[in-house]
Structure formats: structure tokens, C-alpha cells
Design a protein around this ligand. Structure first.
Ligand code: CMP
Length: 139
């Protein structure tokens, strides 16, 4: 069994369109417990740090501009097999490829404005959670 925590962000497109509540409901109904939650905003610089792994990719600059274009909701979530189960719940990066009933199929606008982020591994989940939350906030 892999780890029981993952990190997620509800992205600017979903927050600005009023989909935060609907997405949180889907997350809770799928059995995830909200360990930590914060509505905040990234700057171009902090978005650049968060997505540093993609810095050589052609979409990096646009991604940083988009991710700093409005508020986001940062979340640490808990469930058995959290990383893999959450990626199943959100669906493919490109909403055109996402399965019916997934969060991205329902709410994403494009491959960039894809409604939610979900960590891709246990170690990145821990790093990404600590990017937004102090240890004392990760109850
Ligand atoms: P996310 O799961 O947050 O991880 C990296 C993000 O980069 C991804 O969701 C998308 O928002 C964005 N992204 C990935 N691939 C592309 C692409 N080909 N074009 C534009 N944005 C992308």
C-alpha cells in the first residue's frame, strides 16, 4: 500500500467560476478527508517554484502566468492509497482525454486550465504539501 496523503490545488479557473464547493464535495464523497485547506494565491515567482520540474517545457511560462492569475485552494488530503486514488478521481491532464465523471471532465476548460492539480507520487505529495502548509498545520 502506498502512502495515505496527497496534495491538491483547486486552480484559478475552477475557483473563479464558483466550482470550489462542488469539487470539495466530490473529493469528500470519494472518501478523502481534508487534512489542511487554504484559499490563497500564487505569484509568478511562487508558481515558477512550485512547477520548477516543468521549467524546460514549452508551456512553463504560460502555466506560471495562469496559475498566478487568481486565487487557488490548496489542500492536503488523506485516504488509503491517496495519490493513485486521487489521480483516478481527477482524470487525465487533458480534459479531452479524461473519463466521464472525473473532476477534470466535469470542470476543466483546457489542458492548462484543468481545474485541479494532484501530486504524482508520495514524495512529491509531501514536498508540495509543505510548500503551502507548515508542519503544525498538517493535522
Ligand atoms: P498539473 O497536474 O497541475 O501539472 C502540470 C500542469 O501543467 C498541468 O496540470 C497543466 O495545468 C499544465 N500542462 C501540462 N501539459 C500541458 C500542455 N501540454 N500545455 C499546457 N499546459 C500543460
Amino acid at each position: 500500500m502506498s502512502g495515505n496523503r496527497t496534495f491538491s490545488m483547486i486552480k484559478p479557473d475552477a475557483v473563479s467560476e464558483g466550482n470550489t464547493g462542488a469539487i470539495l464535495r466530490m473529493i469528500e464523497e470519494a472518501g478523502f478527508k481534508i487534512v489542511a485547506m487554504k484559499k490563497t494565491a500564487l505569484t509568478g515567482e511562487t508558481a515558477g517554484k512550485f512547477y520548477e520540474v516543468h521549467k524546460e517545457r514549452p508551456f512553463y511560462k504560460d502555466l506560471c502566468a495562469y496559475m498566478s492569475s487568481g486565487p487557488i485552494v490548496a489542500l492536503i488530503l488523506e485516504k488509503d492509497n491517496a495519490v493513485a486514488d486521487f489521480r483516478k478521481l481527477i482524470g487525465a491532464t487533458n480534459p479531452a482525454d479524461a473519463e466521464e465523471g472525473t473532476i477534470r471532465k466535469l470542470f476543466a476548460k483546457s489542458i492548462e486550465a484543468n481545474a485541479v492539480h494532484g501530486s504524482d507520487a508520495d514524495d512529491t505529495a509531501a514536498q508540495e504539501g509543505s510548500f503551502f502548509f507548515a508542519k503544525t498545520e498538517q493535522f
